[in-house]
Every structure is written in structure tokens, then in C-alpha cells.
Ligand binder design. Structure first.
Ligand SMILES: C[S@@+](CC[C@H](N)C(=O)[O-])C[C@H]1O[C@@H](n2cnc3c(N)ncnc32)[C@H](O)[C@@H]1O
Length: 253
């Protein structure tokens, strides 16, 4: 039986690790670090910095995990399925080769492992493939929590539901059905689709990091500003991670 810790590390601020996560870091012998190419090199460095900051003993080691690229055909779900399969096969080889009997491996997952992250689904595939793996999940602070904290707002209205969705899926109907919508993974300025609705937007990029940027206001008033800022930041840094909450404006009382 191989043991693995799936550790949520927050979204950029090492101070957001929980005590449980720090204890888990100190339990691990082998850290499997994804290698996603140069634009994500800063994110890899952050993982290394977290280890350096919190691990008390030496003796652990790092193993690079080459990440296959997802094909982009018309069938998104089929592409994701093939991609996950390729990652699962890579993990299987690595875990068998790199984890010795009695050792504990660790995956450092961005934010919280349950939120728009496929690590747990991929580990599930390993189980289906007959890999004898015992894994434990340590929750992390997600981008959603940092977003609402930084803007000083509650996630939900009183007793109301919240829709958590992606830029790809966001629709005008969502804006009418939900008073609060959180959007992640939006590479296409999906909030533009809802500009005709009376909404506030609470937007944040590089949340938790030194480069954190926040904008909030009535969607129709700040949409242009966010679009221009997003393009500028992306150009300057080479990549961007942003999320936002859309909230229906209360009718005047
Ligand atoms: C693959 S999902 C991972 C979410 C992560 N598991 C979490 O708990 O936040 C990546 C998306 O999360 C959001 N995100 C992650 N880190 C962020 C950050 N530091 N600032 C703003 N948004 C972030 C962005 O919407 C990004 O496209």
C-alpha cells in the first residue's frame, strides 16, 4: 500500500496554509511537483518556497511530474477524459517508481483540492486501474474564500443559494436565476454576457499574492476597466488567474 497526502496549499499566500497542511508537509518524504512549462514556473517556485518555509527536517525529495497537454477538439469532455487518463498513467508510473515501501508521497494542490481541480478524480482512476493507494485530503483556502474576504463580502445573500460556475458555462439565465454567482476559469470575459443585468461585480486577480488586484462596482460601470486591466496584467506577467462574484443589486427600498 502506498500512502499519499493531497494537500491544499491556498492560492498564492504561504500564510494561508492550515496547521493541518503544515503537519502533512512534515509527514511527507516525496513531493510530486507538476511541471507545466515556463509561464507557470512562478507557481512551482511558490510550492518550493512553501516547503522551505514549513518543513522542519531534511531528507525529503522532489520529483517532477511532466504534465501532458490537453487536446482542444470540438469535444471538450472527451478531451478532458483523455487528458486525465494520460495524467493518471503518468502518476501510476511515478508512484510505483518513486515511492518506496513505507514512504509517504504528497501532492500540493492549488487552493482547495475539491474545487475545480481534477487531482482527486485522477487518483480515483488509479484505484480503478488497481493501484493500491491510500490517500488523505487536507483542505486548503480556496480562491473563492480569498476573493470574498478581500472584498469584505459574504458569499451568499441571506438564506440564498450561490451558483459556482466557469466562464465557459455562465449564461444570462444564470444571472436571472441566482442572486450570487461565483465564476472561475474564465478566459473569455464571460461577465460581458450579463452586462444587461443589474449586477455588481467583485473581481480579483492574483489573489493572495503580492500582485493581488481588486476591482468592484456596478458591472455596467466597471466591465471596461476590468477588461483593460486584465489584458494589461496578462501581457505584463505572461499569465493571469482571476475570479469574480456577480451579485444582483437590491432594488432600492
Ligand atoms: C483550476 S481552478 C483551481 C481552483 C482552486 N482549486 C481553488 O481552490 O481556488 C483555477 C481557477 O481558480 C481561480 N484562481 C485560482 N487561484 C487564483 C488566484 N490566486 N487569484 C484569483 N483567482 C484564482 C481562477 O478562476 C482560476 O482560473
Amino acid at each position: 500500500m502506498r500512502r499519499l497526502l493531497v494537500i491544499g496549499i491556498g492560492v498564492g499566500n504561504p500564510a494561508h496554509l492550515t496547521v493541518e497542511a503544515i503537519e502533512a508537509l512534515n509527514e511527507a518524504d516525496v513531493f510530486f511537483l507538476p511541471d507545466k512549462g515556463s509561464e507557470k514556473a512562478g507557481l512551482r517556485q511558490l510550492r518550493l518556497d512553501i516547503c522551505e518555509r514549513y518543513i522542519r527536517e531534511t531528507g525529503h525529495r522532489f520529483v517532477n511530474v511532466g504534465m501532458p497537454k490537453r487536446a482542444k477538439t470540438e469535444s471538450y469532455l472527451a478531451d478532458v477524459d483523455d487528458w486525465h487518463q494520460a495524467i493518471a498513467e503518468g502518476y501510476e508510473r511515478l508512484f510505483l517508481d518513486e515511492l518506496r515501501e513505507g514512504e509517504v508521497g504528497a501532492l500540493l494542490v492549488w487552493g482547495d483540492p475539491s474545487l475545480y481541480d481534477s487531482t482527486l478524480r485522477i487518483l480515483g482512476r488509479l484505484g480503478e486501474r488497481g493501484v493500491d493507494l491510500d490517500y488523505r485530503v487536507i483542505p486548503g483556502i480556496s480562491s473563492v474564500q480569498v476573493l470574498t474576504a478581500r472584498h469584505g463580502i459574504a458569499l451568499n445573500g441571506i438564506g440564498e443559494p450561490v451558483l459556482l460556475t466557469t466562464g465557459r458555462r455562465l449564461s444570462v439565465d444564470d444571472g436571472r436565476a441566482f442572486a450570487s454567482i461565483v465564476v472561475l476559469l474564465d478566459g473569455e470575459l464571460a461577465f460581458r454576457r450579463l452586462e444587461g443585468e443589474d449586477l455588481d461585480i467583485y473581481w480579483g486577480a492574483y489573489l493572495g499574492t503580492a500582485d493581488e488586484v481588486l476591482v468592484s462596482g456596478r458591472l455596467a460601470d466597471v466591465a471596461d476597466e476590468i477588461e483593460a486591466l486584465r489584458a494589461r496584467l496578462r501581457e505584463a506577467k505572461g499569465w493571469i488567474m482571476d475570479s469574480y462574484l456577480l451579485r444582483r443589486r437590491e432594488p432600492a427600498r
